[in-house]
Design a binder for this molecule. Sequence first.
Ligand SMILES: Nc1nc2c(c(=O)[nH]1)N[C@H]1C(S)=C(S)[C@@H](COP(=O)(O)OP(=O)(O)OC[C@H]3O[C@@H](n4cnc5c(=O)[nH]c(N)nc54)[C@H](O)[C@@H]3O)O[C@H]1N2
Ligand SMILES: Nc1nc2c(c(=O)[nH]1)N[C@H]1C(S)=C(S)[C@@H](COP(=O)(O)OP(=O)(O)OC[C@H]3O[C@@H](n4cnc5c(=O)[nH]c(N)nc54)[C@H](O)[C@@H]3O)O[C@H]1N2
Ligand code: SF4
Ligand SMILES: [Mo]
Length: 707
Amino acid sequence: MDRPEKIIKSVCKSCHGGCGVLVKVKEGKIAKIKGNPDSFTRGTMCLKGLSSLEDANHPQRVLYPMKRKGKRGGCEWERISWNEALDTIANRMKEATVRHGARSIAVLQGTGRGYNRYTFRFARSLGTPNIGLPAHFCYGPRLSVFGMMVGGRLYCDYHGWGGSYPKTQISWGKQLEITNADGEMAVWFLDSLKKAKHLILIDPRATRLAPKSDLWLKIRPGTDGALALAMLHVIIHEQLYDKDFVRDWTYGFDQLSERVRDYPPERAAEITWVPKDKIVEAARIFALEKPGCIQIGEALEASIHTIHTLMAIVSLMAITGNIERPGGMVNWIPPDTGPMEDFAMEVPPPRETPVGAERFRLLNQPPFAMCHLPTVFKELSEDKGTIKLMHIEGSNPLVAYENTKVVMKGLLNLEFLSVADLYMSPTAEYADIVLPVAHWLETDDIYDMHPRFWVGAINKAREPRGEAWPDNKIFNELGKRIAPDYWFQDVEEMLNYQLRKAKIGWSEFSQKGVLAKTGSDQVYYKYKTDYWRKGGGFRTKTGKVELYSTLMEELGYDPLPNYCEPAESPYSAPQLEGEYPFILSTGGRIPYYFHSQYRQILRLRSRQPNPLVQIHPKTADRLGIKSGDWVWIETERGRIKQVAQLFEGMDERLITVQASWYFPEFPAPDHGLWESNANVLTSNGPSFDPAIGATPLRSLFCKIYKY
Ligand SMILES: Nc1nc2c(c(=O)[nH]1)N[C@H]1C(S)=C(S)[C@@H](COP(=O)(O)OP(=O)(O)OC[C@H]3O[C@@H](n4cnc5c(=O)[nH]c(N)nc54)[C@H](O)[C@@H]3O)O[C@H]1N2
Ligand SMILES: Nc1nc2c(c(=O)[nH]1)N[C@H]1C(S)=C(S)[C@@H](COP(=O)(O)OP(=O)(O)OC[C@H]3O[C@@H](n4cnc5c(=O)[nH]c(N)nc54)[C@H](O)[C@@H]3O)O[C@H]1N2
Ligand code: SF4
Ligand SMILES: [Mo]
């Protein structure tokens, strides 16, 4: 009998996610995935999303819970039942809590995948403050600075709901056009760009945006703080700022003016290698051609100076009067569900300090306190410290975190490690228990990511393969075994609960597909209303935009933006320049991959089979390197090899390597972890951003030579 064809509406989650999709199911099988023209992303999809079925059907997916036999990393596995797997993990966690306290457990998640709220709720319900995310160098700095300065979040207004689109756009250390980072979708950005008068690109490399930009500031990596301070200098000195907004709605303008006096554009030009005229021009355009917005990239966060750099950039947004203005930077109001993270926040936070957060104190700020993973791995590698047991839901620390040798030593010293993943990543290979995770095509959940004006229904198009479970079910079933008060009968009850404020149940929401606040439902200039505060104002201590941060002051840090030189640079460590003559940047994103994922997907791998290191043609010529040669890249930590790609659009002294490479086709357990993984080169200390503990993934010293 013919089974009817069905079209399932869902949200792709093959990266951070966000693209509306239509999944065609024929005779019970998924036949095709395409973009949904009636969604926020208007039918667009990237090749990763279009390859989702190949991913879901891949023969190497983990399909059953497994426990380790023999020694850790010995690659001998035994299939076990879900009950045995969950009971084992739960019992180990309870035991650890009795023996060492709940703080001995760390719960890790990688980049945002729309289930962060489960990770946080789970860790809180265990009683551990040690939630571990890459947030010290990714998105955490932005959220911290937005929080301390404006009491909320700031997103570029690409949507024009207030009647204006950005006239000036700055793309600062970001490739949104290929990364769709943090739920801010490239399609919105590129469409709004057509309506903009100016695009300013601030990047050491000529990215795909360079031909579209009227100004490209070819900055030396890690010096963005000096550039932003000099732009502030120009705007303040030339009186180009928004005087009414500054007078009525900012705190600390005089101190900021005093501070930027130290950063005239000629000084910044020396530091940043950007000509003075271009700095002045960029500042004038941003101050005069309004409204304007700034898209901030992860490159500015993976720096030992991220917090003060971002403070200077938010000050630029503020003194030009671009905050909460149509076409500027807006803190969207959430749909009727309320902020989805309330699901985690309603569980009382543990009182203890997360590991490392006594030193990097911004990591210990409500509502998102978390541990500092470089500290966790360092302590573990020295066989000391607090953490004994780790559960990892969707992260691959052996590839993702600084200094792979240290991370490996640390993982090996854990008493117990459980990993929930779709594949046997190098990290999963070293686990005691591996849990099989369902693909998003096999999952029912609520999609919630930035920029938070909408939530969408992820609707499963088929049952999970093997015995895989969705992440939400894993957290719920594990949670029930340890802290039943906070968990639910089943996933449907948990989804209904999260939708209760919107007065809609999961089944109705899953049909509807989306809840959003758009168009006239959105509100601008919220600080002029009672929205955040009675009588108006921002949700900060002073009620103003804090150019001078009272929180930074309270925590013992410089309350005003400032600049400091990268730790490995020709100016700060000239003695090393002889041996390591190049500036190394790691991690510009690859369109066909998402971090360490998808090297096993042929359709994607065929686009770029090998890791690429970008070298300026003149540098390559001097070193006898030709395009396509394998090249060693070496730092004080170690060396890796990647394939040379000659690239003219950057300084001759810069070398950029791709991050996140391992080779699933290489033998277990390491799968080529040491061959080309950029984090063999990076450092997990001693230099960190003093407030949040970020590390310099984008500005290190290196040497290169032919393989
Ligand atoms: N396809 C794909 N998309 C992704 C990801 C992926 O792995 N693949 N990862 C996701 C994640 S978690 C994140 S955090 C985002 C990151 O995405 P983005 O924030 O867009 O960051 P990158 O792509 O790394 O681009 C950073 C740009 O900054 C430049 N840059 C490097 N150092 C500096 C510097 O010191 N100053 C300045 N001004 N620029 C610098 C680089 O040359 C590069 O062009 O992407 C997300 N999207
Ligand atoms: N040198 C250098 N290092 C970097 C960066 C850089 O630019 N340079 N970027 C950093 C940044 S910004 C980030 S965010 C981190 C990212 O770090 P991670 O998020 O740890 O990224 P991955 O290494 O891809 O590991 C993710 C794992 O989760 C699995 N997975 C995918 N989807 C799901 C799911 O839905 N559920 C579950 N349970 N598992 C899933 C994948 O198979 C994979 O094994 O890397 C960081 N590391
Ligand atoms: S950008 Fe992300 S959400 Fe959109 S299709 Fe690609 S992988 Fe899927
Ligand atoms: Mo990230």
